[in-house]
Design a protein around this ligand. Structure first.
Ligand code: AKB
Length: 319
């Protein structure tokens, strides 16, 4: 059986920079092409400079490498998106339409589209958002994700494109820093702890949000993409759950390792975004359809993050 050729769009971002390595390990570096606006310092596979608003260039890359799968990870996130809502909508939706149309024209077999907990808003069960919740997002980012979920379903029904999607919670990773999100505090806090610096949190101490550790997020993504087509019953996007916690809970966990760590709270405009999102989400459909089960709780994630960041900062210090 021929091995797929996979294009990752947005390979320098928080998920992309970890996914490149994960996919190279599975499919081999000759079958993975990374792409982003700028060339990274290091990349385990071939890299193509790509601004995905340029559909012609995207089509050229798809033809050149006979791409059969696309992972689309380029987007403006929730907090940054509020600086310029219309440009956020334009960029997030236009890039997706380019990918859908190029895939249709060039027979790309599978597409991964990352949606987000940002699709939820008013009229949702905040304690545990159901898969089939009414979607009334309050950010431009959330609006673009909710609309794109429905476009995914449309392209599947109308053109038979095999698009698979997850509603990612906030992703916690050590490989690179997230940028422009409301859940970013939960990555930054670990860096500050390891660097022995005080942390000022832009959310209130009791703001519980759904999060997921990067290893679980990568495993979920590739398990979904690898699942037999007949097991995929949702063509908008699957709720995906990892672990839910608040700033005071993550702080308590870090204090077990760094007892002198100090955190203060200065909620800003991001608090309102966090308040519009559910505390946890019900991922029963992902469990049922393709066997999803997270492996990281808050304690395991904290230990692992701190180990990786210590390693990373020591390497930098000795470089
Ligand atoms: C954000 O905070 O905007 C993202 C997300 C939850 O999609 N991390």
């Amino acid at each position: 059986m021929a091995i797929d050729n996979i294009l990752i769009i947005g390979s320098n971002g928080q998920v992309g920079s970890a996914l490149v390595h994960y996919l190279c390990d599975i499919y081999g570096e000759n079958h993975v092409i990374a792409s982003d606006l700028r060339e990274p310092e290091q990349c385990p596979c071939r890299f193509e400079q790509l601004d995905v608003t340029d559909a012609v260039k995207l089509a050229g890359i798809v033809r050149k490498y006979k791409i059969t799968q696309i992972y689309h990870l380029a987007a403006i996130l929730s907090a940054k998106g509020e600086n310029d809502p219309l440009s956020t909508w334009d960029l997030n939706t236009q890039t997706y339409f380019n990918i859908l149309e190029v895939s249709r024209a060039h027979h790309v077999k599978k597409i991964f589209f990352p949606s987000s907990i940002a699709v939820f808003g008013e009229h949702v069960n905040r304690e545990k958002a159901d898969q089939w919740s009414y979607l009334m997002p309050t950010t431009a980012y959330g609006l673009s994700k909710a609309a794109s979920e429905n476009w995914s379903n449309y392209y599947h029904i109308r053109y038979g494109l095999d698009i698979r999607s997850l509603r990612y919670p906030g992703i916690i990773s050590y490989q690179s820093m997230p940028g422009g999100g409301t859940t970013d505090y939960a990555v930054d806090i670990y860096h500050k702890a390891v660097l022995n610096e005080a942390f000022t949190c832009f959310l209130r101490e009791d703001s519980t949000l759904p999060m997921i550790y990067i290893d679980d997020a990568l495993r979920a993504t590739v398990n979904l993409m690898e699942a037999p087509e007949k097991q995929i019953s949702i063509r908008t996007s699957y709720n995906l759950s990892g672990v839910s916690f608040s700033p005071e809970e993550i702080t308590a966990e870090i204090l077990k390792i760094y007892p002198d760590f100090s955190v203060s709270y200065q909620p800003d405009f991001r608090q309102k975004i966090a308040d519009s999102w559910p505390k946890s989400i019900d991922d029963a459909m992902a469990r049922l359809d393709w066997g999803w089960n997270p492996e990281y709780d808050l304690t395991k994630m904290t230990k692992t993050m701190i180990e990786h960041l210590n390693e990373k900062y020591q390497l930098h210090a000795h470089a």
